[in-house]
Design a binder for this molecule. Sequence first.
Ligand SMILES: Nc1nc2c(ncn2[C@@H]2O[C@H](COP(=O)(O)OP(=O)(O)OP(=O)(O)O)[C@@H](O)[C@H]2O)c(=O)[nH]1
Ligand SMILES: [Mg+2]
Length: 564
Amino acid sequence: MLGAEYLETRKRLESITGQIRTLALRTDTPSDELETDSVRKSLKSPFRILVCGEKESGKTAFLSSIVGQSLAVSEQKAIHVFGSNVLSTEQEDEVLGYHRVTEVGELELIDTRGISELNQQELERIKELMPTCDYVLWIVSSGNPWASKTWDFLTEARELVGMRHAIILQQIDLRPADDVPILLDHLRSLSVQRVGHTLPIHCVSATIAAAAWSQTYKDPKRWNISGYESFESILDKQISTSQEREQALRHAFNGAKIVIDRLEVRILSRARALRGDKHVLQAVEAEVERARETEVKNARENLNRLGSVVTEQVEHTVKYASKKNGMIGTLISLFTRGDGAVAVEKRLQELVSESASVRAREIAFSMLRQCEQHWNIMRPELQRKMAVNVVDFDARGFERKVDEFSTKMEHSTRHALVLLKLRRLLDRMMVARQQALKRILTLVLALVSAAGIIGYLSDDLHNELPFLILGIAGLLVLWMVWYGKKTKDALIDDYADTIVDARLHLAELIENDYIDEVRDFFNGYFPMFENIRRYLVEGDYDLEPNTKESHELFLKLKAKQQDF
Ligand SMILES: Nc1nc2c(ncn2[C@@H]2O[C@H](COP(=O)(O)OP(=O)(O)OP(=O)(O)O)[C@@H](O)[C@H]2O)c(=O)[nH]1
Ligand SMILES: [Mg+2]
C-alpha cells in the first residue's frame, strides 16, 4: 500500500498520543496541545493524490488500479474526491463531489475531468486543492504524451506543487516496448523546458494492473509488469521523506512531548505531595500518641481518684455493717446461719462500682474535652497542609468511648474488690463475736431453765435459789449487751480501717485495666484519620501505575523521535 512505512510510524505516534491523552485525563493534566485540530489533522489526514490530464488519458483507470476498485462515476462534476473518511473536510458543491469508498483506506484520490473540458472556475478549484495534496500526478497517455494542455497547466501550477509532482505515462501496453525510451526522452526534455528540471516519470498500464487484482490477492507478476510496483515503491519513499509529512508528525510529536513532560512533572509533584501528606499524618498520629502516653503517665492521679471511691463509701458500708451487727441483726444471726459479711460486701461492691462508674465517666469526659481541644488546635494546620478534607472532631465516637471506658472501669473495680477479700476479716470478726454471744446466750438460757426447774421442784415458796440464778442470768444478759456493743464497735472500726486501707490496693489492682482503657480511649481518633488514610492509599494505588505508564510513554515517544 502507498505510504505504508509512513503510515506505520504515524499510527504508532497516534497510539502513543492517544495513551498520553488518556493518562492526562486520568491524572487531571491539561493536554490542550494534543487537542488542537492541527494535531488531529497531522495524525489523521489521508494521503492526497490528485490526477490531471487530457480527456481519455486514463486518469480514472489509473486511480482505480491503485485500489483495485472501479472509481468511475456517472456524475458530471469536474472534481471527484474518493476517500474513506466519514467526516471529510471537503465541501461538496457543483464542482466537487465526495465519494466514500472504504477500500481506499488512508488514501484520498482526486480524479479530475479532462483539462480541455474544464472552465476557469474549475481550474482555479483544482489549483486550490494542489497545495493540500501529497502528490500531483500528470497523466499522459502513451498515445499522446505531448498533450499540450496538460503541459501548459503543469507549467502554470508548478509553484503550487513544488517537488510533489510526477508524470505518469499511462497505457504503455498500447505501445511497443522499443518506443518507451523514445517517449521518455521526449518527456524529459519537455519537463526541463517547462519546469527547469526533469520530473520523475512512471510508465504504467492501468489495464494490466487492473488484471493483477483478484478477490483475494494481487498477482505480483502482472503488478510488476504494469509498472505499478515500481511506481508505488518510489512514491512510498518520496512520501516517507516528504518534508510536509515529516513536519506534520513533528508537530504532533512536539505536542505529545510537551504533554508527557507536563505529566511527568505532575506525577512527580503528586508523589511529593503524597509523601508530604504521609509525613503530616504520621506527625499528627505521633502527636496523638504523645498525648495518649502523657495521659497514661498521669494515670496515678486519676487512679487515686478512682481508688478513693472505696473510702467515700466507708460511711454507708459501715452503717450497713452496723445494722447487720445491731441487736436484732445479731439475735437473728445467732439462730440462723447468717449472711452478714456476704451482704455487707455485696453492698460495698454495689456502692463502690456504681460510684466508680460515675467517677470513670467524669475522667473520660475530661479526656474527651482535652482531645477535642487538641483536635481543634491541630485540625486547621492539618487542613492547610493537606488536599483532602480533614473532618471535624468526632464527638459521637468519643462519647461511645466514654461509655465503654466507664463500663469497663466499673467491671474492673468490682472485680478488684472481690480480689481484695475484704469480707474475710469482717467474716472472721463477726463469726467470733457471734460464737461468744451464742455461748453467753446459751448460758443465760441454761440458767433461766435451771431456775425454772428448781422453782418447780421446790416445795418451799421462799426458796431464793431460783431468784438468785435468775439474777445471775439477768447480769449475764446485761454483760452480753455490753459485750455485744463493745465488740460491734471494735469490729466496725476495724472494718472501716480495712476499707480505708484498701484504697491504695484497689488503685493498684485496677491500674493495668485503667491504662489499657486510656489507650483504647485514644483510638477514638482513628475514624477521624480514615478518609485521609484512604486518600493516601488510593493516591499510592494510582501513582505507581501512572508513574510507570508515563515513563513507558516517554520512552516510546523518545524511540519514535528516531523515526523522523
Ligand atoms: N489499453 C489500455 N487502455 C486503457 C488504459 N487505461 C485506460 N484505458 C482506456 O482508456 C479509456 C479512457 O480511460 P479513462 O480512465 O476513462 O480515462 P479518463 O482520463 O478518466 O477520461 P475522462 O474522465 O473522460 O477524462 C477507457 O476506454 C479505458 O478502457 C490502459 O492502461 N491500457
Ligand atoms: Mg475519468
